[in-house]
Design a binder for this molecule. Structure first.
Ligand code: ATP
Ligand code: MG
Length: 397
């Protein structure tokens, strides 16, 4: 595909780029956009939002506020999103007057687990055996083959929230009641060997590039550690994941950065788990370990600038810094008083890159920042990462 888009269609530095959502992903997008000379506007109701605090403009309204959306459209040359639960209707309203990338129609597929899975299957990409549960009749029709399984709300789940593991039919019924009988997907529990993700960026001209595959370790349903290169994944499995992610992005006619999470099963097969229509936590290392970050590619895709195939210049490990670290465990009991982790000790290790999101309050399970550790070799990065983890009170991996 052409890597020289027509200059007339390109939104050049100096213009203002808008972003729906003010979380850490928006903050890192703002950093990347500003580094390239763009101005930024963030729409988020929270006056202390991580992205709002660093943006040229911060529109403090809800996602469906007519005046807020009109203001964002007025000041922005193009708009993107950092949060997949931005109502698709809001993106469609913006799209009436400005380029919006990704489009509301693509975000809508990612917002709904049932539609997402149907999309994977339509692209010829395997996913976990599953059933949609919206009615008591659908619940009754569930086959034993899906048990043990995980009942997941079809919408608004994240970081393992809105999910209940069930072994029996009785547990399934109780779990659906606990989830207030909202639309759910029951997924068969699969034997996972590893979890991996692929981040792609797709331009307006259809060009698709991808980052090297990430291997991800989750703890309590929350991403804890990402390693690149993936230590346990064969080239054949990586290629399958890249091809699947490219197909998924192309068939959504996607513009922007998209992450697809996969399970590698104990028999070596891979199945798609879910996707995110934005940069992803498993791609934060790209800021420090790649020659172009996922956030810069988000800027390039939405402005029509050329995409380039990212190169990992340093093997790395990314450790998520959850609010737990501010309340250390002492003899198995969580401290009541908050303390600041020992950043100086961590930064004394060479190859450590600290990112904190400026959140004012630490809470257990809250993503406060991340630490990327680069090294000359994967073993060196891992060794330093284990030292940093020990200092911070993160369990070894
Ligand atoms: P995210 O923060 O990534 O959006 P989420 O809340 O949407 O998370 P999932 O990715 O669906 O949740 O699941 C969270 C974790 O639970 C997975 O990373 C995996 O470890 C485990 N898990 C989910 N589905 C299955 C399954 N079908 N079989 C085995 N383990 C699973
Ligand atoms: Mg997930």
């Amino acid at each position: 595909m052409s890597s020289n888009p027509d200059q007339r269609d390109v939104i050049l530095p100096g213009a203002t780029l808008g972003v729906m959502g003010g979380g850490q992903l928006g903050r890192m997008f703002v950093h990347a956009a500003q580094a390239m000379g763009y101005r930024t506007a963030v729409l988020d109701a929270d006056p202390d939002s991580p992205a709002g605090c660093v943006s040229h403009a911060h529109i403090r309204t809800g996602y469906l506020d007519e005046a807020g959306l009109a203001e964002l459209a007025r000041v922005s040359a193009a708009v993107t999103t950092e949060f997949e639960n931005v109502p698709a209707a809001a993106l469609e309203q913006l799209a009436a007057s400005r380029p919006v990338a990704p489009a509301g129609s693509a975000v809508a597929v990612c917002q709904d687990r049932a539609r997402e899975k149907a999309h994977f299957v339509g692209c010829g990409v395997d996913c976990a055996p599953h059933a949609l549960i919206e009615t008591p009749a659908q619940l009754a029709a569930v086959t034993d083959e899906l048990l043990p399984g995980i009942l997941k709300t079809a919408r608004l789940g994240y970081d393992g929230k809105g999910q209940i593991r069930v072994k029996t039919r009785a547990e399934l019924e109780a779990a659906w009641a606990e989830l207030q009988h909202v639309a759910c997907v029951l997924e068969k529990m699969l034997p996972l060997a590893y979890e991996v993700s692929v981040i792609v960026a797709r331009g307006r001209d259809g060009q698709v590039v991808h980052f090297p595959l990430q291997q991800n370790l989750h703890r309590d349903g929350i991403l804890a550690v990402t390693q690149v290169p993936a230590p346990n994944v064969t080239e054949a499995v990586s290629q399958q994941a890249y091809e699947a992610a490219h197909r998924i992005a192309a068939s959504l006619d996607y513009v922007g950065v998209l992450c697809v999470e996969f399970f590698v099963l104990t028999d070596g097969r891979i199945v798609a788990n879910e996707m995110a229509p934005r940069p992803h936590n498993s791609g934060h290392h790209t800021i420090d370990a790649c020659d172009v970050s996922q956030f810069e590619l988000q800027v390039r895709a939405m402005t029509g600038l050329p995409l380039v195939e990212p190169v990992l210049h340093s093997p790395c490990v990314m450790l998520n810094l959850l609010g737990d670290l501010w309340f250390p465990l002492q003899a198995g009991v969580r401290a009541a008083a908050q303390r600041e982790p020992d950043w100086a000790a961590v930064l004394a290790l060479s190859g450590t890159h600290l990112h904190l999101y400026g959140k004012t309050e630490a809470r257990v399970g809250r993503k406060m920042g991340h630490l990327t550790i680069t090294g000359a070799t994967p073993a060196a990065a891992r060794e330093t990462a284990l030292k940093a983890a020990a200092i911070l009170g993160i369990s070894p991996f």
